[in-house]
Design a protein around this ligand. Structure first.
Ligand SMILES: Cc1cc2nc3c(=O)[nH]c(=O)nc-3n(C[C@H](O)[C@H](O)[C@H](O)COP(=O)(O)OP(=O)(O)OC[C@H]3O[C@@H](n4cnc5c(N)ncnc54)[C@H](O)[C@@H]3O)c2cc1C
Length: 463
């Protein structure tokens, strides 16, 4: 028997034949994610318990086969893509909500629970889990934790890092770690929970999570401000974030986004619109009324074209319609798109948007900017035609300048999409040699044979 066959036979014995795929045709769909990259796993294993995962990790260590943890493959930076000889360890079948405990303000879930399913279950109890990526209906809590994924609500309620109390993780040496707490306070030991959140499957496979839950607000109100200048919108963001009524969403779209939307639907927005803010506020009805008035005052500017307030759910959906139409529109018009999700301090947003406009002109590229302005998190979309060699080269050069700009403004290279393979070779610019060396040491302690998602997040060559 060849070594590969021995490995597969042992895998079936440890995981159960019903939990293993080996036919290349069955395995292929598990080798890719939304980055567009594709690999072919040696096998796909469906995780069923921490003990089973531990056996698989030991086996993979013995055979020096890598493990790629996988939720639903909706990630955009290549974290779940198979590189080289690797099995995919899928959380698809570990999808139970184990407990919802309102009094203690937590729920316990397996990693394969879809974010949207968890929100529906919690809503029946009057609660929610704050992380709200727009892919909620088809991404898993495990993927959310591994990428620290979030959405508009992060501005008020935080990301998975602020909303995870504890984890069960099978680390790269095969040990099962139970870290964190089931209380809303706790200080004993190093905060391994926070270390695992955002570690992109490079340290271990999450088999369960204790998540902090929050009561749903009684009232929600949406405002939409249309401006005739970008400066007016970005200055309004800094004013709104500088006062005490924190919005539960503060979204921004620039002039290019407005133009592209109007080209598809001229009636969607007035012709003079150059920038849009969408602001959601939540709380008790009386508090929301007062906060809406105050925030509306901070949104004012001589370049404010129109300020709409939604009084009900239907009107709110109407105000959000331009924002929701944007991602499909960008996919429609651009054959090639480099989609960065950079973050700068909110006070530097005007400088970021101004700098991005200058880069678009210098590289003769169309750049569409939108995103979670309340966190300073902007999705910078470099639109180009990959069939045109000069445009592709311009996009690569422009990306380099975008990242330099972000770091020069005190920002960070990714707010929610993660590093994966796509940003791996850039992170040394942000972290520096000493921090990268410390990260390698931690990785070595927990995963001595480098079998957990190798080639992701950490650059191959420290230099
Ligand atoms: C249309 C669309 C909209 C999106 N909108 C948003 C958004 O608003 N905000 C946002 O942040 N992201 C967004 N994303 C990106 C993506 O949905 C998120 O990153 C999501 O958290 C990935 O979840 P997943 O289950 O698909 O994970 P995968 O893509 O399968 O995996 C993501 C990473 O997590 C690791 N991983 C998965 N499960 C485990 C586990 N159990 N243990 C350890 N590591 C694990 C993988 O190895 C990989 O590194 C969007 C994607 C799409 C396609």
């Amino acid at each position: 028997m060849t070594k590969r066959r021995q490995f597969l036979a042992a895998l079936v014995a440890k995981a159960g034949a019903e939990n293993v795929l080996t036919d290349p045709g069955d395995c292929l769909p598990y080798g890719l994610d939304n980055s567009g990259m594709q690999g072919l796993p040696v096998a796909v294993v469906f995780a069923t318990s921490a003990a089973q995962v531990s056996h698989i990790v030991h086996l993979c260590r013995d055979h020096q086969i890598a493990i790629v943890p996988r939720g639903r493959g909706s990630g955009t930076s290549g974290g779940a893509v198979v590189l080289g000889d690797a099995i995919v360890l899928s959380s698809e079948r570990m999808n139970r909500i184990l407990e919802i405990n309102r009094a203690d303000r937590y729920c316990r879930v397996e990693p394969g629970v879809l974010n949207g399913d968890l929100q529906s279950a919690l809503a029946r109890h009057g609660f929610f889990w704050p992380p709200d990526p727009s892919s909620a209906d088809y991404c898993t809590v495990g993927g959310n934790l591994a990428y620290n994924s979030a959405g508009p609500r992060a501005v008020k309620y935080g990301t998975p890092r602020e909303n995870t109390l504890g984890l069960s993780v099978v680390i790269g040496n095969g040990n099962i770690l139970e870290c964190g707490v089931r209380t809303t306070k706790g200080v004993v030991g190093y905060d391994l929970t926070r270390l695992f959140v955002g570690s992109e499957g490079t340290l271990g496979f999450i088999t369960a999570a204790t998540l902090r839950i929050t009561p749903l607000a009684k009232e929600k109100r949406s405002l939409r401000a249309l401006y005739t200048s970008i400066e007016a919108a970005t200055q309004a963001v800094t004013r709104i974030m500088g006062q005490p009524d924190t919005p539960c969403a503060l979204e921004f779209m620039d002039a290019t986004c407005v133009r592209l939307l109007r080209e598809a639907n001229p009636d969607l927005l007035p012709a003079r619109t150059r920038a849009i803010l969408i602001i959601d506020l939540d709380g008790s009805p009386a508090a929301v009324d007062a906060a809406t008035d105050r925030v509306a005052r901070y949104a004012k500017h001589e370049d404010l074209l129109r300020l709409n307030t939604a009084r009900n759910q239907a009107e709110s959906q109407q105000l959000w319609s331009a924002r929701k139409a944007l991602s499909p529109r960008l996919r429609e018009i651009a054959p090639g798109k480099l989609n960065e999700d950079v973050v700068v301090p909110v006070s530097r947003l005007p400088d970021l948007i101004h700098g991005l406009d200058a880069l678009a002109q210098r590289h003769a590229l169309c750049i569409a900017n939108f995103g979670h302005a309340g966190n300073g998190n902007i999705h910078v979309n470099l639109l180009y035609d990959p069939a045109d060699a000069s445009q592709s080269a311009a996009a690569t050069r422009c990306l380099d300048d975008v990242l330099k700009l972000v770091l020069s403004l005190g920002g960070t290279l990714s707010g929610e999409h993660g590093v994966g393979t796509q940003k791996r070779d850039f992170i040394h610019r942000e972290l520096g040699t000493d921090v990268l060396a410390a990260m390698r040491d931690i990785k070595y302690c927990l995963d001595p044979d480098n079998i957990m998602n190798p080639g992701k997040m950490l650059p191959e060559n420290p230099a």
